[in-house]
Write a protein that binds this ligand. Sequence first.
Ligand code: BEZ
Length: 220
Amino acid sequence: MVNLGDEFPNFKADTTIGPIQFHEWMGDSWAILFSHPADFTPVCTTELSRVASLVPQFEERGVKVIALSCDSVESHQKWIDDIKSYGKHTCEDFPFPIIADEGRTLAVQLGMLDPSEKDKDGLPLTCRAVFILGPDKRLRLSMLYPATTGRNFDEILRAVDSLQLTDNKKVATPADWKSGGDCMVLPTVKESEVASAFPKGFSVLTVPSGKKYLRVTPQP
Ligand code: BEZ
């Protein structure tokens, strides 16, 4: 199990682009590892197709993506043909690698098994995990969805935008924030420092407690 802020394991794995050592594969990029219950399953096929469409948007943000499923590289390669056909992707090479975790070693190490979903042999499948890692290889955000609920990849892009913004600016992003929207000034910024730290201006919302903690500023 990896907690937020922990260094992500530097595992070795077989993938559709050959063997990788995870940290070397990441290089200096951000990375997203997302797992799937199994190859040739409907929701997973829609998810991998969606990510293939979004690769340019991940690249714009300096993020490399990699998928994982508990089947072999040979199985993944055949499945990729279906994913490309489903999504009408015309690329020759699939735009991101898929890890083969046939022995479920990574699924166990990363706490991704979903006991409620079993394969034909009764073995638990991986849930839909998402791990977003910073260039320092530390876990910045994780999500766990059950096999029956496909993920919203716009939300994952939105989360990357928030992580990258809040790394550099003294703001946090509120509920349903989208890139370009108003932000909240961090509680750690002293009242006397807000005006100089946020030259675009800020407003303090009035609340019954009288506390001045709802400080809104345009996205820096
Ligand atoms: C799917 O990808 O559609 C799926 C996989 C395992 C269990 C349920 C759904």
